[in-house]
Design a protein around this ligand. Structure first.
Ligand code: ATP
Length: 230
């Protein structure tokens, strides 16, 4: 079962410095929200606060369940899937074993079969993950998150460093995850990804939601330009 993901008044601080301040947003099942903004705007910190990889104040809800006091591992086990920035896979394990390890931690069967979602991984099942291309490692990182049977999914800059063709494929994969029913919260630098998905958009600036809209909004490029420059 997929669930709504909500954060209320989320604040993430590093020492005395606030990276995210009082952020509230809801991602409904079968929808995608893109967090956009300049480097350092607080996008990654928002995701890390949601999954408790960084301590955060405020509330995190998965469906009706308030998970705010839960550890990172409990949140992961209970269904907040997180594809971290930088393609986290086990490089020494084969692709098949990477998926097995992820599935072994799951409490339920995945809603989406990772290899049906990402058939391009099938020819590489017996290869070491560390020997895959950057794009293939990103696909594997997504497949691992899906194999762990999440109920909502966070993706941190999945198109980072990929070719235009692979960016299009990532857009397609995120759309498939959304259409399978997941609440998808996506961090992106590329406007075209939010546009391609016609995602709900939250533009962060200095850790605060400065603008909310849609990927298809005609003024989004101008809004982002402002957020990047100021
Ligand atoms: P990027 O696109 O560069 O990843 P971002 O929007 O994801 O940017 P964050 O990585 O969340 O932004 O960073 C928000 C702020 O918090 C920045 O000022 C950053 O320097 C600071 N920050 C991030 N991680 C840490 C950390 N581990 N310790 C101290 N400060 C940090």
């Amino acid at each position: 079962m997929t669930e709504r993901l909500a954060i209320e008044d989320l604040t993430v601080r590093y020492g005395g410095v606030s990276a995210v301040t009082g952020l509230t947003l809801t991602v409904e099942p079968a929808t995608c929200t893109a967090l956009l903004g300049a480097n350092g705007a607080g996008k990654t910190s928002t995701l890390r606060g949601i999954t408790a990889l960084e301590p955060a104040q405020g509330r995190v809800l998965l469906g009706e369940q308030d998970v705010s006091s839960w550890s990172a591992s409990r949140r992961a086990r209970t269904g907040i899937g997180h594809v971290l920035e930088g393609r986290h896979v086990f490089p020494g394990l084969t692709v098949a074993d990477n998926l097995r390890v992820a599935a072994g931690r799951a409490k339920a069967a995945p809603i989406v079969d990772p290899l049906e979602l990402l058939p391009e991984l099938v020819p590489h099942l017996d290869r070491r993950a560390g020997g895959l291309s950057g794009g293939q490692q990103q696909m594997l990182a997504i497949a691992r998150a899906v194999a762990a049977a999440p109920r909502a999914i966070l993706l941190d800059e999945p198109t980072n460093g990929l070719s235009p063709k692979l960016v299009d494929r990532i857009i397609e994969i995120v759309a498939l995850l959304r259409d399978a029913g997941f609440a998808v919260l996506l961090v992106e630098q590329r406007l075209e990804v939010a546009q391609g998905l016609d995602a709900d958009v939250v533009v962060l600036r200095h850790g605060v939601a400065e603008h909310r809209g849609r990927g298809s909004d005609g003024d989004l490029a101008d809004v982002l330009h402002h957020a990047y420059l100021s």
